[in-house]
Design a binder for this molecule. Structure first.
Ligand SMILES: CC(C)(COP(=O)(O)OP(=O)(O)OC[C@H]1O[C@@H](n2cnc3c(N)ncnc32)[C@H](O)[C@@H]1OP(=O)(O)O)[C@@H](O)C(=O)NCCC(=O)NCCS
Length: 371
């Protein structure tokens, strides 16, 4: 039998992203993540993941125009939002809204490659609007409509916080979107590909992906990491906190990885962003607590931070509420999920692994009164 959790199983051939877990490397379509984080915009990364090459100027303009025009959500979703804002968690809202969005997609049930391309870009464009609207409604603030003059990440901060972000903050968010955009065959991407492999539609596949991302062992870790930073309070308390948790056999959220055996390359970028953003906002506390925790966990357990650990302090200093951190991961990952769904459709066979039966055999049915 294969190892529990399907480790080492190759579930699909992909040209989208690749990881070298031993050396801590990540590439999108052959481009090193450090190169993309330093130089590419999220919109360029969206094009790269979907078209498997960086766009030229005209292609980038066309994609940006399409996504900018598609930011508004349907009146159907707007009408649902007050209830969702009152009754559900942000990830449940996103899961429900993406499922509901299928009812109003102009391409309907068309499952052609062209229609799925448009559906993918619409999902990437609209999900930040959903999240910002949800947050403004639940906090009793006025809804801020999308600003067509702002790029994808900056527009999200504008809609969420109600003021135009500084160029630096917008750039930081844009970089985090790039870092979260794709990550090979993680649990949510695998979920999306399984659903797509039955030839179910794009919205169903992405709804399933959001459901998988919601769990604390996957996307939920950035929020748990932030709660931990708040509990630790100061860098001096990090050592005792970590020791206590490890003694009680509790996991330290934001550490360890199923694939990376060294520091997650995305965490290297985020650590730098966390310090820089902290310095700029005059609030280095969260970076300093994070660094103290990292030092202790690495010393005591030999584990390294993953993408979610330093993302927490970065988002916090940008003014993002903790329970929006996982949905932000989701809206950034929308690029990768939808690209994987399209790749699955393009060369499909239904995903249907085997299982090893370990239960009893040769049983005989007994009438209920004789059991
Ligand atoms: C990411 C994760 C699920 C990978 O899991 P995995 O490859 O299946 O590794 P395991 O959970 O089997 O862990 C292997 C060992 O390391 C320990 N370990 C792994 N991550 C740990 C963590 N964050 N804190 C403390 N111990 C950890 C496990 O307890 C286990 O120890 P044991 O062999 O003594 O039982 C796991 O590291 C984890 O739960 N991390 C915290 C959640 C998180 O940050 N998730 C975001 C991932 S991007």
């Amino acid at each position: 039998m294969t190892e529990k959790g399907l480790r080492e199983v190759v579930a699909a051939a992909t040209s989208i992203s690749d990881i070298d877990g031993t050396h801590g490397r990540l590439w999108y379509v052959g481009y090193d993540i450090h190169d993309l984080a330093a130089n590419a915009t999220y919109e360029e990364v969206v094009h790269l993941l979907h078209q498997l090459r960086l766009p030229n100027r005209a292609e980038l303009d066309a994609l940006t125009d399409f996504m900018t025009e598609e930011r508004e959500i349907s009146s159907f979703l707007r009408d649902m939002m007050p209830t969702l804002a009152q009754q559900t968690s942000p990830m449940s809202m996103l899961r429900t809204s993406v499922s509901a969005a299928s009812a109003y997609d102009p391409d309907g049930w068309d499952n052609s490659a062209e229609a799925n391309g448009r559906k993918a870009y619409r999902l990437i464009a609209k999900t930040p609007t959903l999240l910002a609207m949800y947050h403004r409604m639940r906090t009793g603030q006025e809804i801020v409509p999308p600003n067509p003059k702002l790029p994808h990440a900056a527009n999200f901060l504008w809609m969420l916080l109600g003021e135009e972000p500084s160029q630096e903050d917008a750039d930081v968010l844009d970089t985090t979107f790039t870092l979260y955009a794709d990550h090979t065959m993680n649990a949510s991407t695998f979920t999306a590909r399984i659903i797509a492999s039955t030839l179910s539609d794009m919205f169903s596949a992405i709804t399933g992906a959001i459901a998988a991302l919601k769990g604390p062992l996957h996307g939920g870790a950035n929020e748990e990491a932030m709660k931990m930073l708040e509990e630790v309070v100061s860098p001096e308390r990090a050592e005792a906190y970590v020791a206590d948790r490890l003694e009680r056999k509790q996991k330290i959220m934001g550490f360890g990885h199923a694939v990376y055996k060294t520091m997650d390359p995305r965490a290297i970028v985020l650590k730098k962003l966390s310090r820089e953003a902290g310095e700029r906002h005059g609030d280095l506390r969260w970076y300093e607590i994070s660094e103290a925790i990292e030092r202790t966990v690495t010393e005591q357990k030999g584990l390294h931070p993953n993408v979610d650990f330093y993302a927490a302090s970065v988002y916090h200093v940008l003014g993002i509420p903790t329970d929006l951190m996982t949905p932000i991961f989701a809206i950034a990952r929308m690029a990768g999920w939808t690209a994987h769904v399209r790749e699955q459709y393009a060369d499909n066979r239904v995903i249907r692994p085997d299982s090893e039966y370990v239960g009893p055999r040769h049983q005989r049915y007994a009438p209920i009164d004789e059991r």
